[in-house]
Design a protein around this ligand. Structure first.
Ligand SMILES: *[C@@H]1O[C@H](CO)[C@@H](O)[C@H](O)[C@H]1NC(C)=O
Ligand SMILES: *[C@@H]1O[C@H](CO)[C@@H](O)[C@H](O)[C@H]1NC(C)=O
Ligand SMILES: *[C@@H]1O[C@H](CO)[C@@H](O)[C@H](O)[C@H]1NC(C)=O
Ligand SMILES: *[C@@H]1O[C@H](CO)[C@@H](O)[C@H](O)[C@H]1NC(C)=O
Ligand SMILES: *[C@@H]1O[C@H](CO)[C@@H](O)[C@H](O)[C@H]1NC(C)=O
Length: 319
């Protein structure tokens, strides 16, 4: 573990030099900070970002410098004589003067904090010190996208209601990240997405009246690419028209018996996944006529490689 830290600490030094020498690093990603007078025998309390062990006090300095979220650090005695404890903080004594407290053997080091005087960053964006405009704002933890508008997790909300269920007006929800994709028609409503939350297709099949509906639905499901989120919710009534092909297609998405609504005006939904292995968030719900609505939610990490706060930075997650 300590070897890893030593290795990282030595890398950090190189990034620092590359940036200072104006090498291949884009200027906008270079960090330039002004060190304030250190406070010896003191440490900042309660704003810990990372706690590591380093081979020298200067490694701690490089580590903070290379961590965009780092505003200040405490460095002090480590677990043994040859090592140092390095605590990076996501805030500083300028913002929290009361948290700068005496601590034997430790030194607190802060940077000049431009975030205190500049315009605050917009929603889901956080101010980082030491970067040139417009790159001083980066995404807060758990948000991504060019304007930091996307949560790193995809959030799914599904609701199915039969005509006689007591729900007011909303008889179908197929929501991803708060956006409604249900066409709200009688029968089976479907929406399919890439695992980054982008819609592939949505459709509705009148499985109450239209004889072709179940096989058409089966055809749509079977033509979807692998590794997709597939949401299904019935609305009004979806009982009369059914087919073995449609049942097989729903089973392939993770549906288990009963794979069809339990009767006239019964509710039924599926938060399904096309692909292997089946994720733990796949779920299904149903209720008899008058007993609905049925609803459920799921949350999973967003897949993809998205611009993160600016054109250069990227946030990536792989399947
Ligand atoms: C950081 O880790 C050291 C041990 O390596 C520990 O003594 C110290 O209390 C930790 N700091 C915080 C703020 O948890
Ligand atoms: C970010 O997401 C992680 C994992 O899903 C969670 O543990 C953490 O509390 C979240 N942080 C914030 C600030 O929402
Ligand atoms: C989502 O993933 C699909 C397929 O990989 C891709 O074509 C699309 O551009 C991605 N959308 C975003 C917003 O990244
Ligand atoms: C089913 O597919 C047929 C042939 O493609 C089409 O004519 C019909 O409108 C479709 N019906 C539904 C309910 O989608
Ligand atoms: C179902 O909807 C009700 C009312 O909107 C909500 O309170 C409940 O949490 C939802 N249940 C699930 C599993 O989403």
């Amino acid at each position: 573990m300590r070897d890893v830290h030593r290795f990282l600490a030595s890398l950090v030094g190189i990034f620092y030099l590359t940036c200072r020498l104006g090498g291949a690093t884009p200027k906008s990603l270079c960090r330039k900070v002004l060190l304030l007078e250190p406070s010896s025998e003191h440490a900042l309390r309660g704003h810990l970002l990372t706690n590591i062990t380093v081979p020298s006090a200067s490694s701690c300095s490089f580590f903070c410098f290379d961590t965009p979220e780092c505003f200040s650090y405490n460095v002090g005695p480590g677990p043994d004589e040859l090592e140092f404890t390095c605590e990076l903080s996501d805030s500083d004594a300028a913002q929290h003067p009361d948290d700068l407290v005496p601590r034997p053997g430790f030194t607190y080091q802060g940077y000049e904090n431009a975030c205190l005087t500049s315009v605050p960053c917009s929603s889901h964006r956080a101010c980082r010190i030491g970067y040139e405009d417009p790159f001083r704002c980066t995404c807060q933890m758990n948000y991504t996208g060019l304007s930091c508008e996307l949560p790193k997790n995809v959030k799914v909300d599904v609701l199915s209601a039969g005509l006689d269920d007591d729900v007011g007006s909303d008889y179908c929800n197929l929501k991803v990240d708060g956006t409604e994709y249900c066409l709200k028609m009688r029968g089976h409503n479907i929406a399919a997405f890439y695992m980054n939350g982008t819609l592939i297709a949505n459709a509705a099949f009148d499985t109450h009246r239209d004889e072709a509906a179940p096989n058409n639905m089966s055809y749509l499901i079977d033509s979807l690419p692998s590794n997709t989120l597939v949401l299904v919710a019935v609305q009004d009534s979806a009982f009369v028209r059914k087919s073995p092909a449609a049942i097989q297609s729903l089973i392939a998405l993770g549906a288990v018996p009963p794979v069809w609504p339990n009767g006239h005006r019964a509710s039924w939904f599926l938060i399904g996944y096309k692909g292997e292995p089946r994720p733990s968030w796949v779920k299904q719900g149903f209720a008899d006529r008058y007993q609905g609505p049925s609803n459920g939610t799921a949350v999973f990490p967003r897949e993809g490689c998205l611009p993160h706060g600016n054109q250069i930075e990227k946030w990536c997650s792989s399947p």
